[in-house]
Write a protein that binds this ligand. Structure first.
Ligand code: ZN
Ligand code: ZN
Ligand code: FE
Length: 755
């Protein structure tokens, strides 16, 4: 018996080949649980068979041999055959993620003698679209968006031949029978078809034009990355001032010219999942400074569809390939949507007629300590399940957080974390959220018994959760969910101390939490320490205008009069009248919710140093503060005080802010102050967590929250905890940010259900 990912990945033909090679007879069949194999032959050949079954498995297969037993000898068996699978059996088969073009297909793509020479939809059993084109199980052509393309006799022959590498490759196609590309201008006029369309798109890219490219999980906006004016034009038309763009480069050699690529980065770049890999920038990279301004990082990816490979033949070192959407909206997937919503941004559109059923953004990964760490989990990974050690007896749906939303289903021992959906702030994102629940739920055939959601009563996702009839509703506090997400990923059963370095999460007291030390079990938690609450002038507006937080922190640290005075002198880029207004708001407590957010503290310091006073994208102030701090290692010059007078400890920042102001008066540079600030946060979080852990006799610490995207904070705190004997865990398979919340909610709901 072989379990894991063995269906729809060419596993049975592979078993057929392998048995033939080793002279074994018998059969292979798909069952509800995986693949059942019967083989007969010499003992040593049988051992070899089991060994090679895993070692030489097809590219997309993840076989796990779960049961080996002896059967009675069958007399007269002459061959090895593939048994037709039973329809009912296939209900449990998992849909696999989309996979990057394989080397065999790439060879054919570049072979002038091949019938698929330069065909942008070439694929086989080992590669091509899966999740994004499938609308029902079993994974079979009529249940995919390829159903509308009737296979030509040549394609059908390949598809039906167990020995062919396109045997049961559902998206199999060729220029005769398959999808086609064309190039359109923004008036809807067709400019070119098929290969000529691709060649013209390349020429336009070479000239610096912006091209909308319909891809695998949605549209990209493409522009050559080495010309300032081209990249700036894209920024202007997309209203995207500063947030970094990802690059696509043709191969690993070119990747090494734009960023620092270690062995782990290379493995990720070349893997079948083909995520965007965040790497350290190279200062002499042949790309415009406008691609990733004021950031240490450059996102890089390699081509993952045949169409990308063809586009990368152009005479440019790299293309900006950014999601084809308007800001805060989901990625466009249909030709109509592309024309309507991207027409104003691009010069031409490269379209095709293979519909995208499920949208999937590019995944984003980085390497930390030699291992991958997921920052955005989507194409190439979804809907591949994570495995739980324990089996849940109920189907659970968790609807996730408001920002960086994902949803999670637990079914048996499988956890399905959806692809990244986005911020549930606009109607189109909210629709995408509802669609994902419906589509993923249908694909894995899981009707929820329990629905988990956030504590916040007004959140749209909470209201959605409440709308399910006849299910048990489990509201979960945001930071408890962060902690449980780590416990779930690492199968931690004992209580842990959780350090939350986060932006916003609704607390049990109705306030905005964000910098929290918890003692957490799977089914409950205790708040043990937090940052001292501070006013957030204007509420949400403060997260887009970090200077407001600087005013607020100055008032808290220096008192209302001195604080307002110093705000006027230090925040030189901000209008004095605006500072007065905000200072008055804080003094009167008008429209000033209190927060313990760590993200807002980073904002305050970033603005105070005039590094970033206004965010044009989420967390820009923190990203740029980290960039300014660079790699300077500083002795601790500031301190966050842990006030342990009350049962719930308070982390106080007044003296640190006072010292920073004093240093600014002494003309200490922003780099030194930023580095010192990072060191103080690491130290404060460490001491507070250490105190809690010692009191509770706990040696395991979990880290969670989006502020851990900050590499200085993550690595500094991680090392310090390890050096002091703690076991330290944080999410790697799913993001450390709010992309983890749905999984954490599901873990909590499962634990509560168990009690
Ligand atoms: Zn292939
Ligand atoms: Zn064909
Ligand atoms: Fe969070």
């Amino acid at each position: 018996m072989v379990q894991g990912q063995v269906q729809g990945v060419g596993f049975r033909p592979f078993v057929h080949h392998l048995a033939g090679r080793l002279g074994l007879t018998g059969s292979v069949a798909n069952t509800t649980d995986g693949a059942a194999i019967k083989v007969q032959g010499q003992a040593e050949q049988l051992d070899r068979f089991i060994e090679l079954l895993v070692r030489e498995a097809p590219r997309l297969a993840r076989p796990v041999v779960t049961l080996v037993k002896s059967l009675a000898v069958v007399d007269g068996e002459m061959d090895f055959h593939i048994q037709a699978s039973l329809m009912s059996a296939d209900r449990k088969a998992l849909v696999t993620p989309d996979a990057a073009t394989c080397p065999d297909c790439l060879r054919e793509l570049n072979d002038p003698a091949d019938r698929r020479y330069r065909y942008p939809f070439i694929n086989c059993t080992n590669c091509g679209p899966r999740y994004t084109i499938t609308f029902d199980i079993p994974y079979d052509r009529p249940n995919t968006t390829m159903g509308r393309f009737e296979m030509c006799p040549d394609c059908r022959r390949e598809y039906e031949d167990p020995a062919n590498r396109r045997f049961h490759a559902q998206p199999n196609a060729c220029p005769v029978c398959g999808p086609k590309v064309w190039l359109e201008n923004t008036d809807g006029k067709r400019l070119a078809e098929a290969d000529e369309a691709v060649r013209q798109a390349v020429r336009r890219l070479e000239q610096g034009e912006i091209v909308a490219v319909k891809g695998l999980g949605g549209f990209h906006l493409a522009v050559r990355a080495d010309r300032d004016e081209a990249v700036e034009c894209l920024r202007q038309r997309k209203y995207r001032k500063a947030k970094a763009f990802a690059l696509m480069v043709r191969d690993i050699t070119t990747a090494r010219r734009v960023a620092q690529i270690g062995p782990a980065e290379q493995a990720l770049l070349e893997g079948v999942e083909r995520p965007i890999v965040l790497c350290y920038k190279l200062s002499d990279a042949p790309v415009s400074e406008q691609v990733a301004p004021r950031s240490r990082w450059q996102g890089v990816m390699l081509p993952y569809t045949p169409l990308h490979h063809l586009l990368m033949e152009g005479d440019y070192p790299a293309l900006v390939m950014t999601s084809g959407n308007n800001s805060d909206e989901p990625i466009e997937t249909s030709n109509t949507g592309g024309r309507e919503h991207l027409g104003a941004i691009v010069d031409v559109l490269l379209l095709h007629d293979r519909p995208i059923y499920t949208s999937c953004d590019d995944s984003v990964v980085r390497v930390y300590d030699g291992e991958p760490m997921m920052l955005r989990r989507a194409r190439g990974y979804a809907p591949q399940p994570l495995f739980l050690k324990r089996r849940s007896n109920k189907n659970i749906l968790a609807v996730g957080a408001e920002l960086k939303n994902t949803v999670t289903f637990i079914k048996g021992e499988n956890v399905f974390v959806s692809q990244h959906i986005g911020d549930l702030k606009t109607a189109p994102t909210h629709e995408a959220f509802l669609r994902t629940i419906d589509k993923l739920g249908a694909l894995i055939d899981a009707r929820p018994d329990i629905v988990a959601c956030d504590l916040h009563p007004a959140m749209l996702s909470t209201q959605q959760a409440q709308s399910y009839a006849g299910v048990r509703l489990v509201p979960v506090q945001h930071h408890h969910a962060h902690a449980a997400a780590v416990m779930g990923e690492y199968n931690l059963e004992e209580p842990v101390v959780a350090i939350m370095a986060d932006g916003v999460g609704y607390g049990t007291d109705g306030r905005v939490w964000g910098c929290e030390i918890l003692t957490a079990w799977r089914n409950r938690f205790e708040r043990r320490a937090h940052l001292e609450p501070v006013a957030m002038p204007g509420g949400d507006a403060a997260s887009w205008e970090p200077w407001r937080m600087a005013v607020s922190y100055l008032l808290q640290a220096l008192g209302p009069d001195e604080g307002a005075k110093r705000a006027r002198s230090l925040l030189s880029m901000i209008d004095v009248a605006d500072i007065e207004t905000v200072a008055t708001m804080v003094k009167q407590g008008f429209n000033c919710p209190m927060t313990t957010s760590l993200g807002r503290l980073f904002d305050a310091v970033s603005a105070l140093l005039n590094v970033c006073t206004h965010n044009t994208y989420n967390a820009q102030a923190a990203v740029e503060l980290e960039y300014i701090a660079g790699e300077t290692i500083t002795p601790l010059s500031y301190a966050i005080n842990v006030d342990s007078a009350s049962p719930v400890h308070i982390l106080r920042t007044q003296s640190m802010i006072q010292q920073i102001v004093a240093d600014m008066d002494r003309n200490v540079g922003p780099k030194e102050i930023a580095a010192g600030f990072h060191a103080a946060v690491i130290d404060g979080l460490y001491r507070s967590a250490d105190m809690t852990a010692q009191q509770d006799g706990i040696k395991t610490i979990v880290l969670g929250g989006g502020v851990f995207h900050n590499d200085i904070l993550l690595s500094g705190l991680h090392r310090k905890l390890q050096q002091n004997g703690y076991g330290v865990y944080f999410n790697r398979q799913i993001p450390v940010n709010d992309g983890a919340i749905s999984f954490g909610q599901a873990v909590v709901a499962d634990a509560i259900n168990d009690n």
